[in-house]
Design a protein around this ligand. Structure first.
Ligand code: FES
Length: 247
């Protein structure tokens, strides 16, 4: 008789405790801060999902219930949003989320090769985490950084012009706890949870430490400056229709 199959790991096995006691009180204050930025509470759902993700590293069932309670909406409404946007994870993510762009431009420039190489090097599949809990690997859609293809992102920070070798060194350095500097943006990386808190709107003040745009992104602007090209002035706004016309 064959051994019974191991049941699948529940998505929420580590979840829930952070939404009780003193921690809940602290989170409720943070949630209040987020909600106050919007005219209607439900408009705060996206940053609130990042906030609960910053606590557990993913959006658990308990996190969904927390968002629903804070916003006065149903858990079904929160779940619909949390499962639509891929930046919200329903399973625990490692300290570093490593995303490899495999959209066509990056793919043909080496993104597919980088992704295949990292899967083998880390011994994980897509959307899986290494046994030491350090790295979660995922292939990403276009990061709007095609002029630096192939692009890898770590916790949403850019690592431009990558190769299979540089990407392997990047993940090795992350696992060893070495200082790793993104190509643009901050001068160092924070963890996935910390990055989620920044996305919830709690700025850590580091986003503008490094360069925001590289030479390829600015090339068109340089040409326009050299040639004295300017965007046309916007057309004057039409005069508001008088009441008679509006009826
Ligand atoms: S295709 Fe990779 S960043 Fe656009």
């Amino acid at each position: 008789m064959s051994a019974p199959e191991t049941p699948p790991t529940p998505r929420d096995e580590t979840a829930g405790d952070v939404f009780s006691g003193e921690n809940r009180a602290r989170l409720e204050l943070d949630a209040k801060d987020v909600i106050a930025r919007y005219p209607k509470p439900r408009s705060a759902l996206l940053p609130l999902l990042h906030l609960v993700q910053s606590e557990e590293g993913f959006v658990s069932t308990a996190g969904i219930a927390f968002c629903a309670e804070q916003l006065g909406i149903t858990t079904a409404e929160v779940t619909a949003v949390a499962t639509f946007y891929t930046m919200y994870k329903r399973r625990p993510v490692g300290d570093y989320h490593v995303g490899v762009c495999t959209n066509p431009l990056c793919a043909v420039m080496g993104g597919d090769e980088i992704f295949a190489g990292l899967k083998e090097h880390l011994d994980v599949g897509n959307d899986e985490t290494t046994a030491d809990g350090k790295i979660t690997l995922e292939h990403l859609e276009c990061n709007a950084a095609c002029d630096f293809a192939p692009v890898v992102m770590v916790n949403w920070e850019f690592f431009d012009d990558q190769t299979p070798e540089s990407a392997k060194k990047l993940v090795d350095d992350l696992r060893l706890g070495k200082d790793v500097k993104p190509t643009r943006g901050p001068n160092s990386l924070c963890t996935w949870k910390q990055a989620s808190r920044v996305l919830a709107g709690f700025d850590d003040g580091r986003a503008a430490e490094g360069p925001q745009a590289g030479a390829p992104s600015l090339a068109g602007l340089e040409v326009a400056r050299e040639r004295g090209w300017r965007a046309p002035e916007p057309a004057a706004a039409p005069a508001p229709a008088d009441e008679e016309d509006a009826e």
